[in-house]
Design a protein around this ligand. Structure first.
Ligand SMILES: CC(C)(COP(=O)(O)OP(=O)(O)OC[C@H]1O[C@@H](n2cnc3c(N)ncnc32)[C@H](O)[C@@H]1OP(=O)(O)O)[C@@H](O)C(=O)NCCC(=O)NCCS
Length: 141
């Protein structure tokens, strides 16, 4: 049975493995840099939820929020061999239930838009992000 935990106390080598396995990170040579940045990002998040098959980490997601109006969900990833079993949807529901009164925003790859639409999200034409900011971010530079 799959269990869900709210904890930031994760083995970040396992977290990074799942990022790579799911294709969310590409450059193996930057593993150490990624690990440091992602660990800091998770520890600084307001909520981190993870999915477990016994003692094996199989997925996670995290929220950043002002706890008054807005929340964003980041790094929703399920280990490939556990995908399509409802785990991603459960992780999302845990996130949405954590702050039920807030406005949630997501920046998602086009290929997962349908997944988020099933959870009630709507595509918005007017979203913006800073391209230069992305270029200097440790994950992309
Ligand atoms: C996207 C992701 C988190 C989905 O998790 P998952 O556990 O495989 O999804 P679920 O099994 O909970 O799927 C829930 C529903 O969404 C559908 N779905 C899942 N992935 C989908 C996709 N890429 N496109 C369209 N529908 C999708 C499922 O068929 C299911 O539909 P149903 O409720 O009608 O049966 C997972 O595929 C993943 O980790 N992908 C790689 C990382 C990624 O892209 N993360 C998103 C960051 S932008």
């Amino acid at each position: 049975m799959i269990q869900f935990k709210q904890t930031k106390n994760l083995d970040f080598d396992k977290v990074i493995d799942i990022f790579f396995e799911a294709g969310c990170l590409k450059h193996k040579s930057k593993r150490g840099i990624y690990k440091k940045a992602i660990k800091k990002a998770f520890l600084n998040s307001d909520y981190v939820v993870s999915a477990w098959d016994k003692d094996k980490l199989i997925g996670f997601s995290r929220i950043i929020t002002d706890k008054s109006l807005f929340a964003t969900i980041w790094n929703l990833i399920v280990k490939p061999e556990y995908q399509d079993k409802g785990i991603g949807k459960s992780l999302m529901q845990k996130c949405l239930n954590k702050y039920p009164k807030l406005h949630f925003f997501i920046i998602a790859d086009k290929k997962v838009v349908k997944f988020y639409e099933k959870l009630g999200f709507k595509l918005h034409d007017d979203g913006m992000y800073l391209e230069k900011g992305k270029q200097v971010c440790v994950i992309y530079n």
